[in-house]
Design a protein around this ligand. Structure first.
Ligand code: GDP
Ligand code: MG
Length: 442
C-alpha cells in the first residue's frame, strides 16, 4: 500500500493548484490501494466520500492539497479505528473473566499467553483456562505456555465438554481471588454453527466481563464477514490482531473494528511472548499508509501547520497587527531556517537590531524569548489582553518570569522588543507597505 499511496499523493504535489478532477483521481487511487491492503470495499467507499466532502469544503486555493488529502486520509482511518465503544477496563478489585474467540489458527492460545505475560509483569494475578477440547494437543500447548510464564492454568485431558471445563476453571480461580482469568476456546476450522453454539454456551456459563475477538492479520477481505459472525454470536468487546510481523497488510483490522464496533487493544507481531504491544491507532495508520517513518510524516504535517501560522502572521501584518503569537511564529520559522544571522533581515527593523546588539549571541536570545512566550496565556499571545497596557502588567510579568524560569527584566526586554516591532508593523500596515513586502521577505 505504502508505495502506491505515496505515488498517488505525490501526483498531487506536482500539480500546482490541484483541480477537483485531479483530487477525484487521486482519491480513486488511494481507494484502490486501501482495497489492495485488505480494507473492505464498503469501508473504503464511505471513507472516500467523507474525505471528498472535507476537501471540497476547503476552497482556499493556497492550501496545499496534497497535505490536505494526506491528513484527511490519515484522520479518517484513525477515526475508523477508534470506535466510540471504549475498551473494557479491568478492575483490580475483582476477578476479570476474559474469553478469547476466533477461528482456529488465528492465534488465540498464543495471544492468551502474551496477554497473561503482559499483565503478570505488571503485577496482576493472572490465570488461564483451556476450553479447547476439540483440538488434540490444545491443552498441552496452553499448559506449556502457562508453565513458561509461571501462571496457573486449568484444563482436562478427559473432560470433553468445554462448558464444564469453563465453569469449573472459572469457579476455582474466582475462589482463589485471581484478578484475571483468560479463557481459551476452540476455533475449529470454519464458522460452523456448532462452533458458535459452543461459544455461546461457554459465554452463558461463565458470563465473561469481556470477549476478545482474535483475528489473523494476514487475512484479507474475508475478515469482515468473519468478525460479523463472531460478533453476532457472542458479545465481542475488543479485538486483537495477530501476525502483523510477516506480510500482513493490516487492512483487515479496520474491517474487524467496523464489524464489531469494538476497539483493537493489542497487536501481535511474532510467535514470542514479547511480540505484543498495546494498540495505537495513529502509529498503526502511519504504518498502514507506509509512512513507516512516523517522524517524517509528522514533520510534513507540521509544515502544513507552519504554513497556516505564517498565513495568520501575514494576514495580521497586512492589517498592521503583530501579536506575541505572531512573534513566536517568527522565532520558530527563523530557528528552523538555521543560521539566525542570515535571516535577521526578515524581522522588521532587525538588520538595525543586529548591529545594535553587536556580539550578542542571538540564538541564545531567541531561545530565551521562546521560553518566555511559552509562559504567555492564549489571551496574551493573541493580544486579547494587551499586556503593555494591562493594569496588572507587573503581576503578569512576574508570573511569566516565574513560569519560564527567567528574570522579570528579560520579560521586560521582550516586551520592549515586541512594542518596537509591533509599532513598525503598524506603521507599515497603514502605509500599505506590508502587502508588497511580506510575500517576499516575511
Ligand atoms: P489458535 O488456534 O487461535 O489458538 O492459534 P495459535 O495460538 O495456536 O496460533 C497458531 C499459529 O500461529 C501458531 O503457530 C503460532 O505460533 C502462530 N502465531 C500466533 N500469533 C502470531 C503472531 O503474532 N505472529 C506470527 N508470526 N505467528 C503467530
Ligand atoms: Mg488454540
Amino acid at each position: 500500500l505504502g508505495r502506491s499511496l505515496r505515488a498517488s499523493l505525490n501526483k498531487l504535489s506536482t500539480i500546482g493548484g490541484a483541480s477537483e478532477e485531479v483530487i477525484a483521481q487521486v482519491l480513486n487511487e488511494i481507494s484502490r490501494a486501501l482495497i489492495e491492503s485488505d480494507v473492505s470495499v464498503s469501508l473504503v467507499k464511505q471513507m472516500k466520500d467523507k474525505i471528498a466532502a472535507k476537501i471540497s469544503l476547503t476552497s482556499d486555493s493556497h492550501v496545499n492539497k496534497k497535505k490536505l488529502v494526506q491528513k484527511a486520509v490519515q484522520d479518517e482511518l484513525v477515526t475508523m479505528l477508534s470506535p466510540k465503544t471504549k475498551p473494557y477496563n479491568m478492575s483490580r478489585k475483582k476477578t476479570n473473566v476474559i474469553m478469547f474467540v476466533g477461528l482456529q489458527g488465528a492465534g488465540k492460545t498464543t495471544t492468551i499467553a502474551k496477554f497473561a505475560g503482559y499483565y503478570a509483569r505488571k503485577g496482576w494475578k493472572v490465570s488461564m483456562v483451556c476450553c479447547d477440547s476439540f483440538r488434540a494437543g490444545a491443552f498441552d500447548q496452553l499448559k506449556q505456555n502457562a508453565t513458561k510464564l509461571r501462571v496457573p492454568f486449568y484444563g482436562s485431558y478427559t473432560e470433553a465438554d468445554p462448558v464444564v471445563i469453563a465453569e469449573k476453571g472459572v469457579a476455582q480461580f474466582r475462589k482463589e481471588k485471581y484478578e484475571i482469568v483468560l479463557i481459551d476456546t476452540s476455533g475449529r476450522h470454519r464458522q460452523e454453527t456448532g462452533l458458535f453454539e459452543e461459544m455461546q454456551e461457554i459465554s452463558a456459563a461463565v458470563d465473561p466481563d469481556n470477549t476478545v475477538f482474535v483475528m489473523d492479520g494476514t487475512q484479507g477481505q474475508a475478515v469482515y464477514d468473519q468478525a460479523m459472525g463472531f460478533h453476532d454470536a457472542v458479545d465481542v468487546g475488543s479485538v486483537i490482531v495477530t501476525k502483523l510481523d510477516g506480510h500482513a497488510k493490516g487492512g483487515g483490522a479496520l474491517s474487524a473494528v467496523a464489524a464489531t464496533s469494538s476497539p483493537i487493544i493489542f497487536l501481535g507481531s511474532g510467535e514470542k511472548f514479547d511480540d505484543f504491544e498495546p494498540f495505537n491507532a495513529k502509529s498503526f495508520v502511519a504504518k498502514l499508509l507506509g509512512f513507516g517513518d512516523m517522524r517524517g510524516f509528522m514533520d510534513e504535517l507540521e509544515s502544513v501547520k507552519d504554513k497556516d501560522a505564517e498565513k495568520r502572521v501575514q494576514a495580521n501584518m497586512a492589517k498592521g497587527k503583530f501579536t506575541f503569537r505572531d512573534l513566536y511564529t517568527k522565532f520558530e520559522s527563523m530557528s528552523k531556517m538555521g543560521s539566525l544571522s542570515k535571516v535577521m533581515g526578515m524581522m522588521p527593523g532587525m538588520s538595525g537590531m543586529a548591529n545594535m546588539m553587536g556580539g550578542m549571541n542571538m540564538d541564545e536570545k531567541f531561545k530565551t524569548w521562546k521560553f518566555i512566550l511559552d509562559s504567555f496565556s492564549d489571551d496574551e499571545l493573541d493580544g486579547k489582553v494587551d499586556i503593555h497596557t494591562a493594569p496588572d502588567r507587573q503581576k503578569r510579568i512576574e508570573r511569566i518570569a516565574r513560569g519560564s524560569g527567567s528574570h522579570p527584566a528579560q520579560v521586560e526586554g521582550l516586551l520592549q522588543q515586541h512594542k518596537m516591532w509591533a509599532g513598525m508593523v503598524s506603521k507599515m500596515g497603514k502605509s500599505g507597505l506590508m502587502g508588497g513586502v511580506d510575500n517576499k521577505q516575511m
